[in-house]
Design a protein around this ligand. Structure first.
Ligand code: AVJ
Length: 322
């Protein structure tokens, strides 16, 4: 079933425009962080993952490197035939360890990586089969739920859903609850969810991961303005906006903003957006969890926590829910 076609939702651009305008006409203003990932955004995110301050990647990498076999055993406990569906697959550097272990265990599965970035999906389709001979895969480009529904149409085997990389962190706790409930409704009782959370820890460590000295996170945020200029005929002056990150240890919410440095009007096509001096655009949440928060999320969304896997510092956890 290895193919090179990419399933893309139509009207991506119309949706990008509508969601952007809706956010910028709201009070307070916001943008959707899923739009960070154009080709440039993908590249900057790679740089973020290599930053000294961004501890998340190494932590989850360590989990996959050393515990892939245990995770693989947990997956196959209910049978050796299944589909592995990965939400927000990225470059799959972490999942490769798990995929290797599953292939080595002679399990019968297809891999469906889903990503919002078309570029990411075409790279995966090009490179993964070379790295993992014998892997049966099909990449799906689009929103999680559209593509998850598509994957369930393509196959009716038991599903193992991978949602790693702390991607759940890009939702508020309330939205994460809605997301997990909807996901649970799409799944059958034997299906599994493997979900990665960044854990609450020293607030300074968290804040510096999103406010790095080199200004990479700053350019990651500003790149969305650049993307709007390019793709939606906008005229943001990037010099007139400043990156601001905050972390609240009580709620675990790490948030980033762009602050308008002056009163200004920005045009997006025919639409005029007014900014007051020091007005903020909420760009992204990276929610941090305690172990208790995680169990509560599972419980209120109908999942049963089965197992969890930590890195040596307990910065991060990959939890298996049924
Ligand atoms: C890809 C959502 C896990 O929130 O840590 C990194 C994205 N944004 N630095 C995160 C991100 C700024 C990242 N996730």
């Amino acid at each position: 079933m290895t193919t090179t076609t990419i399933e893309t939702t139509t009207d991506n651009k119309t949706q990008f425009l509508q969601e952007t305008l809706a956010g910028l006409h709201s009070e307070p203003k916001f943008m959707r962080s899923k739009y960070f990932y154009d080709a440039t955004g993908d590249r900057i995110f790679q740089q973020i993952m290599e930053m000294e301050e961004y501890y998340l990647t190494n932590a989850e990498m360590e989990i996959l490197q050393y515990q892939a076999n245990q995770i693989s055993q947990a997956i196959s406990a209910d049978g050796s035939i299944f589909d592995l569906i990965e939400l927000g697959a990225g470059d799959a550097t972490k999942s490769i360890y798990l995929l290797k272990s599953l292939l080595d265990s002679q399990l019968e599965f297809s891999y469906f990586p889903i990503d919002i970035s078309a570029h990411v999906i075409s790279d995966l389709e090009e490179n993964l089969p070379k790295k993992l001979p014998g892997l049966d895969m099909k990449g799906l480009n689009g929103d999680y739920f559209n593509m998850l529904t598509k994957a369930t149409e393509l196959s009716s085997r038991r599903k193992v859903v991978l949602f790693m990389g702390a991607n759940i962190g890009n939702m508020s706790i309330a939205d994460a609850g809605k997301f997990c409930s909807s996901l649970k409704k799409l799944l059958s009782p034997k299906d599994l969810l493997i979900i990665g959370f960044d854990l609450k820890k020293n607030p300074k460590q968290i804040l510096s991961a999103y406010n790095d000295k080199g200004g990479i996170t700053r350019s990651f945020n500003l790149n969305l303005l650049h993307r709007i200029n390019k793709e939606l005929d906008g005229n943001f002056d990037l010099n007139n906006f400043e990156h601001y990150a905050s972390y609240d240890p009580e709620s675990g919410a790490c948030k980033s903003y762009l602050i308008s440095l002056k009163k200004q009007i920005v045009n997006i096509g025919q639409n005029a957006i007014h900014f007051a001096e020091n007005e903020d655009i909420f760009m992204e949440i990276s929610q941090k969890y305690s172990l208790n928060d995680i169990d509560q999320l599972a419980e209120k969304t109908g999942f049963k926590p089965l197992q969890r896997f930590f890195d040596q510092h307990q910065y991060f956890v990959d939890a298996i829910w049924k």
